[in-house]
Write a protein that binds this ligand. Structure first.
Ligand code: ZN
Length: 69
C-alpha cells in the first residue's frame, strides 16, 4: 500500500488493526477503507473516541513496596 497522508493536515496515517480504518492521530479522525480502497474524505471520516489506549497500572513508583526503615 502506498504511503497515505491525511487530506486535512497532510500528516501520516496509521492503520487501525482492529477496525481496518486509517487513523489520523492529529485530527483524531478515522478514515474508512472500503474494498481495500481508503476513502480519504473528511465527510466519510468519523471522530475517534477519546479512550485511553491502555490502562496505566500499576502507577509508576514503588507501589506495593514496604517503606524503607
Ligand atoms: Zn490529519
Amino acid at each position: 500500500m502506498e504511503l497515505l497522508v491525511c487530506p486535512l493536515c497532510k500528516g501520516p496515517l496509521t492503520l487501525d488493526s482492529a477496525t481496518r480504518d486509517l487513523v489520523c492521530a492529529a485530527d483524531r479522525l478515522a478514515f474508512p477503507v472500503r474494498d481495500g480502497i481508503p476513502v480519504m474524505l473528511e465527510s466519510q471520516a468519523r471522530p475517534i473516541e477519546d479512550a485511553p489506549a491502555a490502562p496505566v497500572w500499576p502507577p509508576s513508583g514503588d507501589a506495593g513496596q514496604p517503606p524503607a526503615a
